[in-house]
Design a protein around this ligand. Structure first.
Ligand SMILES: CC(C)(COP(=O)(O)OP(=O)(O)OC[C@H]1O[C@@H](n2cnc3c(N)ncnc32)[C@H](O)[C@@H]1OP(=O)(O)O)[C@@H](O)C(=O)NCCC(=O)NCCS
Length: 332
């Protein structure tokens, strides 16, 4: 039995926040030129919690769009899996809230792999479908990054946006044109200290001191993360090509995680992927963590950049450290 992506959907909050928000409204010591030249980000969408825009809200809207694309109902799903690091609350999962909001049945759980959540989750969901444990899985990458950002920290708060992207993963016959191919997933837990939220778990529960130091928000050493991201993505894709007996010419579209335009371009250049085959959305939406690849995929489809039979390459790097590469053959 094989698995394929048979539909996609996305959700971005309406609230658009330009770079000027950070230096004009928040008074941070940053500038349009710094943000655009160092990251490629021009604008991003941020959720409005006062209007109920939480992670599960965005996940539900993306899943509804995906179901419309598939021509299916929520009741047709066997499972809902959400890759996220920004749940509505610590317990229960975003997937359970999403299941209730959709009116779906079946099992539901979250998966935590930060910016690698989509590539990790795609592999987990494909394996469930290939093994026959589920026939139809709604897999959503959703992150409400503005809920875990320190808006006084110019090193992190300018980098992220909020969004959700969904794909339907279905069992398809062997002669179906679409396929989710094997992946390579990697992790190195020694990288944890370079990109983390130090407090809010068992090690350092929330108290007044934690809140004062904003230890419940994202902390990162950007330069270290940058260096590891480029070299890890390049190495894992080269290894993937060798294992799957592919060359860069076999790839029709490269959809990398959108962390920094310079990371994407450096990796694409080293891998010799031409710019016209590289999907870049970071300028409009910033880094949306687990949502960045599925939203970029959905946007690329809408823009007519994904054709039946195309081989798409996904590659990612994120907190953990976690990273990986995967390809799919497009069947729609
Ligand atoms: C964060 C990042 C954009 C910084 O770019 P960089 O070219 O590496 O910049 P540096 O870290 O060398 O910092 C250069 C200077 O700019 C400063 N700086 C950081 N953020 C700034 C901002 N928003 N505006 C102005 N200056 C800023 C730094 O404090 C530093 O100042 P210093 O030299 O006085 O210490 C970049 O490292 C990055 O994108 N890293 C990966 C982050 C990421 O993707 N994380 C998500 C997980 S995938």
């Amino acid at each position: 039995m094989k698995a394929a992506i048979t539909a996609t959907g996305r959700y971005f909050p309406d609230r658009e926040v330009s770079n000027a928000y950070f230096y004009e409204d928040l008074g941070l010591d940053t500038s349009e030129d710094w943000i655009v030249s160092r990251t490629g980000i021009q604008t991003r969408r941020l959720a409005d919690v006062s209007k109920g825009e939480t992670c599960s809200f965005m996940a539900t809207r993306a899943a509804e769009a995906c179901l419309r694309d598939a021509g299916l109902e929520a009741g047709d799903l066997d499972a809902i899996v959400v890759a996220t690091v920004t749940p509505d609350q610590p317990l229960p999962s975003v997937a359970c809230f999403t299941q209730a909001a959709l009116g779906a049945q079946g099992f539901a759980f979250d998966l935590v792999a930060a910016c690698s959540g989509f590539v990790y989750g795609l592999d987990v969901c494909a394996a469930m479908v290939e093994s026959g444990r589920a026939k139809r899985v709604m897999f959503i990458g959703a992150d409400h990054m503005s809920s875990i950002l320190d808006f006084n920290d110019r090193n992190t708060c300018i980098l992220f946006g909020d969004a959700a992207g969904a794909v339907l993963i279905e069992q398809v016959p062997d002669d179906h044109p679409g396929t989710i191919h094997p992946s390579i997933l990697r992790a190195d837990g020694k990288g944890a200290k370079h990109l983390q939220i130090p407090a809010g778990g068992g090690r350092l529960p929330i108290d007044a001191g934690v809140l004062a130091e904003r230890m419940n928000k994202v902390k990162q050493e950007g330069r270290v993360v940058f260096r590891h991201a480029v070299s890890s993505i390049v190495k894992v894709v080269q290894q993937y090509f060798a294992e799957q007996e592919l060359t860069v010419d076999d790839i029709d579209l490269f959809i990398p995680h959108q962390a920094n335009r310079r990371i994407i371009e450096a990796a694409a250049d080293k891998l010799r992927v031409p710019r016209e085959k590289t999907v870049i959305t970071i300028d409009r939406f910033a880094n949306t963590t687990a949502a960045s690849i599925p939203t970029a995929l959905d946007l690329a489809r809408e823009e007519g950049r994904v054709m039946k039979g195309d081989r798409l390459l996904f590659a990612t790097f994120g907190a953990g450290f976690t990273w990986g590469a995967q390809t799919v053959t497009w069947g729609l």
